[in-house]
Design a binder for this molecule. Structure first.
Ligand SMILES: C[S@@+](CC[C@H](N)C(=O)[O-])C[C@H]1O[C@@H](n2cnc3c(N)ncnc32)[C@H](O)[C@@H]1O
Length: 369
């Protein structure tokens, strides 16, 4: 393990009042016990608004004006380009969480102190920016109980799924230490790992998709549902609900295989009325809430359960293929070069994601047949 120690001060994690250049703003935020993420987002906006008089001004000047995350995609772009991918739903719900968080801060705090929190600074656009920065640059510090922090020098590092390098707070040196899994030559680019993230998750938070086939942590959320015309629909749904599941569930399909919970769900979907006594144990296995992993042993259902998964894979693949083939031919007339470049970039990202996710589905199909 190679270690390199920073000379920067303690990271900005839940900044104490004295860390706020505008103490009054910090004081109000502290009184309302705002949680870490919205607190840091507000802190960043407050410091950015002070320009040269903030101690973080050179750091803030170096931050991107528009972080590359799905927060900057419009609803029309998300619907058009991510129509086949489950990341679409996650992007929509993340954007709505950010808007909800801003609205909550505005209603509870900012509107009560308009002189301290003027709307021209503390507005939705600036919160989109600060949350975009947090999603793409925050570091989780394990030795500080998983606290999140912005670490100015360290957030210049790019991600590689192939390295096992990480950042953490080091009590003895009172700084952030970067630990790599190998040594580097001078001039060589040093990478970090943003965590074992799927390509969809990397697009969601960081705005990029690794090259096809290079992400060993890749996965795609795979949606399966009970059949409404099943004569045991009610009993199966009851068993699922009892264990915290619903009639439609998502399971991660990985490049390395699928979870046993998906197989258990498939067993439940295809099991005939004579097996009613076993619905509950299947639901327990699908929820993974049992104390030990139950052996899923229903040889009489194996073929049907695999066929069910195969059919679901096929219908997902069709959606991807339809999108990819449609996207190939659609030539949009764009208003200006900037917009045309943006459209090209987003389409390329969506295309790369769809190809990666479809590849996992193909692989799962291949494993079954
Ligand atoms: C923590 S910052 C890394 C520093 C970034 N290069 C910069 O100069 O701001 C995260 C951003 O870097 C870019 N990035 C990081 N790793 C990447 C990779 N492997 N491929 C493409 N872009 C990457 C993405 O735009 C991401 O949002």
């Amino acid at each position: 393990m190679e270690r390199s120690c920073s000379s920067c001060p303690r990271p900005s994690s839940s900044p104490p009042i004295r860390e706020w250049s505008n103490r009054e703003v910090g004081d109000v935020m502290k009184r309302y016990s705002v949680p870490d993420w919205p607190l840091l987002a507000t802190y960043l906006i407050s410091e950015a608004s002070l320009e040269g008089s903030s101690r973080w001004s050179s750091y803030i000047d170096a931050l991107p004006r528009q972080p590359y995350s799905l927060l900057y995609w419009t609803r029309t772009e998300i619907d058009a380009y991510l129509v086949a991918s489950p990341i679409r739903e996650r992007a929509i719900s993340r954007i709505s969480d950010v808007i909800g968080t801003y609205n909550d801060l505005r209603d509870r705090i900012f509107s009560k102190y308009p002189d301290l929190f003027p709307e021209k600074v503390y507005n939705m656009e600036n919160f989109r920016w600060s949350f975009g920065i947090l999603f793409s640059r925050l570091v989780r510090l394990e030795s500080m109980d998983g606290k999140v922090a912005l670490v100015p020098w360290a957030d210049m590092l790019n991600h590689s799924p192939e390295v096992d390098a990480f950042l953490d707070y080091d009590k003895s040196s009172q700084g952030i230490v970067f630990t790599t899994d190998r040594s580097y030559q001078p001039g060589e680019q040093v990478f970090i790992s943003y965590g074992k993230k799927s390509s969809g998750e990397l697009l969601l938070s960081y705005g990029f998709v690794p090259k096809e086939g290079t992400n060993p942590n890749d996965s795609v959320e795979f949606m399966v549902s009970l059949n409404k015309s099943d004569e045991c629909y009610k009993e199966k749904l009851q068993a699922l609900k009892k264990h915290g599941l619903s009639e439609s569930e998502s399971f991660p399909l990985r490049v390395t295989g699928w979870p046993v919970e998906l197989m258990a769900y498939a067993f439940l979907v295809v099991s005939p009325p004579e097996m009613i006594q076993r619905f509950e144990e299947m639901a327990v296995a699908a929820s993974n809430k049992g104390s030990s992993k139950p052996a899923l042993n229903y040889p009489e259902l194996d073929e049907q359960a695999l066929q069910f998964i195969l059919d679901c894979c096929e219908s997902s693949i069709k959606k991807y293929t339809k999108y990819l083939e449609g996207a190939k031919g659609s030539a949009e007339v764009s208003i200006n070069t900037k917009q045309a470049n943006r459209t090209l970039l987003l389409k390329q990202l969506a295309r790369d994601l769809c190809i990666s996710e479809r590849r996992i589905l193909y692989r799962s199909q291949y494993d079954i047949t």
